[in-house]
Design a protein around this ligand. Structure first.
Ligand code: ARG
Ligand code: ZN
Length: 878
């Protein structure tokens, strides 16, 4: 038994391997009962490798059935084969071929890493360390090799045989078997290996690249679902065109395949030429998928496609560099969505998501830098910090360098590092070099955990016509990082004059200010503008130009002024949210809001709704107040989630009940009878209509519950139907149980729609929810091996039902902990992910805090947890 310390991997210990793998020949013999994998690795020592240096390959639950070097079987004393490693003591000090054979049981592979079976289909997931569950290998991303894959399988069970690269041969193999040979000309790390064998349907298309090459595209899926793949195909073609146009990047193989599978640990995987997807991120039909699903599919299809350059052509040297490919690729998919849809709406949605997931992570026991310097279980670092904060860091780089400067850096990155496995340092260097600038201090963003607090205080001096902004940044300690350095914070801003239009200044001093951006790179600065004729209202951190928590001395009047006049749509939205937040916070802390303050916000909301310049999607985002988790995060400590829930509901009523007539009129004015179209405009139309319905229900407007039931029954698409169901269930209206039952009957046969029912059920903030979930879990037909089902039910309960999860009697905590212990034996990644719902425990009020702590401690002392779950637990209790 190894200790935790032995398992900790440190960035500082990185060293290249003494041997290189030049090429890989894999032979899969797939049978219903098992799969035999014969591997030939062409291996070379490095120039400086000393004679007698053992060759150590990784394995995970493997058992070796044969081993040979250059065709000669090895004697027992020449190697040591264990489930998690294979050592050859004295390999030749020249190029040689190591041949091994292992037998796998894909059917029993419930962790869904390596080769497994999903609804009969054989498929793989290798990132980050799944390839070692397929064969002994140096399973690390800096080993780049070309792959040649031969697969043989029963023709009836697996008429479709796919792997990376190009199909070079196929044919009959006798005895009802057939074979295919795939070759990938691009050297790649093992985590990008993929294979699929199954009885699948497909839709096909082609894409002609800018240089005129024709690429064959296909999306494979369960028979009968082909008609649900067209949106994904459309998204793929738009992604391919966008990457050419925006970054000059063309696809590099003649084939691009996507396969949708039902059992998948996360969203999707960018395997070279053969992306494998969770089917919920492929299937779209208006009757069963919502606008959110359509947008998610478009985004993830783009994301995985963009990885072909940022991830595959240039990959990571080691897993500490994960955000090199993920942060950059998320940035790229965000830009794609912004260009395809509305930039402002996309930005607001992303920031809401960032605050909900990443700020929460960054402010709790699981906080870690975007580039961590140690880990025990790398699977636990596929986090909002690596992905979303990683994208924010790239976005700040683009903000600081400008679009042209950023593009120069990207071009140099591909020119210099194509075909390499590299680091964050190399990435920053090309931007520095291409722009003649030093990014040493900027790099701190990658190294330092925690969300910086930015405080701004303004002061106008009428006599001297000067205007001053006092800026301060501070980052609180996070686990392992007691002290923090000042970051480079780009603060986009504008000054708005009394008539609502932008104000000029004649001079500025105190910090670097260029165009409409202050670059704060010290703990504090005082920026003084001269020649300012009137007191302006400052619009700060436009477009959310840095991932910080900002507080200012602006009054409610200032904020409402911004909500009306700011020409940055992000800050217009933010200003309304800030006003709501201030009211919610003070009420939670015991100072009730004044009627005037609420009336002013109400009026601003009414104006927003009535505006004929703002678009529907923007209105939908604006007509609300911050979510409960958001309010809790701002309170920071001693949080009572029930109190937060009550205050928020009351505030929502106080703001929106007086507007009931306007809301209803606007709702009625938005038609619901058009045929479904997934474009941004129709999407915005539905979003606003459904927001209005939600507000009517949440503010108990007369007749609202019936209106929701009516919308549920007459809905012509899933977006409208689910919105009505969700609003009814969340408010637990009289009709809610009937609607839920109806939904289950109508759609229970479609697993992806069943997930929606599970999620709505699990989010109901009412006593009784735990019992209802227990009943669902206890049903013997409930598939405890399917990540989507488990996450929809228990992920949602632990992450999105704060009042019931954190019940003062501890019942919610115990329920989740029991679930984690049980599922950990089946799928550690799902268990560990659900467990992270506990990360809020340190900020709860004492009674709940103690309850959570004791449940976590009991779970830990129970022992026998997977490394995934044990790692989360240890950090959470540290
Ligand atoms: N590289 C994939 C993506 O972001 C995700 C892989 C996630 N792996 C994991 N172990 N969580 O597109
Ligand atoms: Zn990714």
């Amino acid at each position: 038994m190894r200790t935790d310390a032995e398992h900790t991997i440190y960035l500082k210990d990185y060293a290249p391997s003494p041997y290189r793998i030049v090429s890989v020949d894999l032979d899969f013999r797939i049978l219903a009962e098992n799969t035999t994998v014969t591997t030939q690795l062409t291996i070379e020592p490095r120039d400086d490798t000393a004679p007698g240096t053992p060759l150590v390959l990784d394995g995970d639950e493997l058992s070796l059935t044969s081993i040979a070097i250059d065709g000669a079987p090895l004697v027992l004393s020449a190697y040591l084969a264990e489930p998690n490693s294979l050592t050859v003591f004295e390999p030749p000090l020249r190029r040689f071929v190591l041949e091994t054979e292992v037998v796998l049981q894909p059917e029993n592979n419930t962790p869904l890493m390596g080769l497994y079976r999903s609804s009969g289909t054989w498929c793989t997931q290798c990132e980050p360390e799944g390839f070692r569950r397929i064969t002994y290998y140096m399973d690390r991303p800096d080993i780049l090799a070309t792959f040649n894959v031969r697969m043989t399988a029963p023709r009836d069970l697996a008429p479709v045989l796919l792997a990376n690269g190009n199909l070079v041969d196929r044919g009959d193999a006798g005895d009802g078997m057939h074979f295919a040979v795939w070759q990938d000309p691009f050297p790649k790390p093992s985590y990008l290996f993929a294979l699929v064998a199954g009885d699948l349907g497909a839709i096909t298309d082609t894409f002609t690249t800018a240089s005129g090459r024709k690429v064959d595209l296909a999306i494979y899926c369960t028979h009968g679902k082909e008609d649900q793949c067209y949106w994904a195909m459309d998204s793929l073609k738009r992604s391919m065109a966008w990457d050419e146009k925006r970054f000059g990047l063309e696809y590099d193989l003649d084939i691009f395949n996507i396969v949708a599978v039902s059992d998948f640990n996360f969203g999707a995987m960018e395997n070279k030429g053969l992306n494998i997807f969770n089917d919920k991120l492929v299937f779209a039909h208006p009757d069963t998928a919502t606008d959110g699903d359509y947008e998610g599919i478009e985004r993830v299809i783009a994301h995985e496609y963009f990885h072909n350059w940022t991830g595959n052509r240039i990959t990571c040297r080691d897993w500490f560099q994960l955000c090199l490919k993920e942060g950059l690729t998320v940035y790229r998919d965000q830009e794609f969505t912004s260009d395809e849809r509305s930039r402002a709406v996309k930005r607001i949605g992303d920031v809401v998501g960032l605050r909900g997931a990443q700020f929460a992570e960054d402010g709790g026991p699981l906080a870690h830098p975007a580039r961590p310097d140690e880990y025990r279980e790398i699977n636990n670092f596929y986090t909002a910090t690596v992905y979303e904060k990683g994208a924010e860091i790239v976005r700040m780089l683009a903000t600081l360098l400008g679009e042209a400067g950023f593009r120069k850096g990207m071009d140099l990155y591909f020119e210099r590092h194509d075909g390499e496995a590299t680091t964050i340092e190399a990435f920053l260097n090309v931007f520095g070099e291409a722009n003649g600038t030093n990014l040493d201090q900027f790099k701190t963003w990658y190294l330092q955990a925690g969300t910086p607090r930015l405080t701004v205080e303004d002061n106008y001096d009428a006599a001297n016509q000067t205007y001053t902004l006092k800026l301060k940044q501070e980052t609180l300690p996070t686990p392992g990082q007691p002290t923090k350095a000042a970051l480079v914070v780009p603060i986009k801003f504008g000054l708005i004059g009394p008539n609502g239009s932008p104000m000029e200044w004649s001079g500025v001093s105190g910090a670097e200010v260029r165009d409409e951006m202050i670059v704060l790179n010290t703990d504090a600065a005082e920026v003084t503008f001269t020649g300012v004729a009137n007191r302006p209202v400052p619009s700060l951190l436009r477009e959310f130009s840095a991932p910080v928590n900002m507080t200012t001395n602006l009054t409610q009047d200032d904020q409402l002024f911004l909500a009306r006049h700011d020409n940055d749509p992000f800050n217009r939205w933010q200003a309304l949210q800030d006003v709501g937040m201030a009211l919610a916070l003070s009420a939670t802390k015991g100072t009730p809001w004044s009627d005037n303050a609420v009336a002013a916000l109400s009026e601003a909301m009414a104006d927003t709704l009535a505006s004929d310049t703002l678009d529907d999607a923007f209105k939908a985002l604006s007509l609300t107040i911050p979510a409960e988790y958001q309010i809790a995060q701002n309170l920071g400590s001693d949080v009572d989630p029930v109190r937060v829930h009550e205050v928020r509901s009351e505030l929502l009523k106080a703001i929106f009940a007086p507007l009931a007539i306007q809301l209803l009129q606007a709702y009625r004015g938005l038609a619901s009878d058009q045929p479904y179209a997934p474009d941004a405009k129709s999407n915005g139309h539905r979003a606003l209509r459904n927001r209005l319905l939600g507000l009517l229900v949440a503010s108990d407007a007369p007749g609202a519950a019936n209106l929701a039931a009516e919308q549920y029954e007459t809905a012509r698409n899933m977006t409208d139907r689910l919105a009505a169901l969700g609003a009814s269930a969340y408010a637990w209206t009289e009709k809610a149980p009937v609607l839920l039952a109806d939904f289950k009957i109508r759609f229970g046969g479609d697993p992806l729609v069943l997930d929606k029912w599970l999620a709505v059920t699990a989010a109901v903030p009412e006593d009784g929810v735990i019992e209802r979930i227990r009943t669902i879990l206890a049903d013997p037909t409930f598939p405890k091996t399917n990540p989507n089902r488990l996450r929809s039910l228990m992920g949602v309960f632990a992450m999105s039902n704060p009042t019931q999860f954190t019940r003062a009697d501890g019942a919610g905590f115990r329920f989740v902990a029991e679930f984690v212990a049980e599922i950990d034996k089946i799928n550690p990644q799902v268990a560990a992910r659900v467990l992270t719902g506990f990360r809020i425990w340190p900020m709860l009020e004492p009674k709940r805090r103690e309850a959570a702590k004791s449940v976590l401690t009991t779970l830990q002392s129970g022992g026998s947890l997977s490394r995934n779950t044990a790692d989360i637990l240890t950090r959470m209790l540290a």
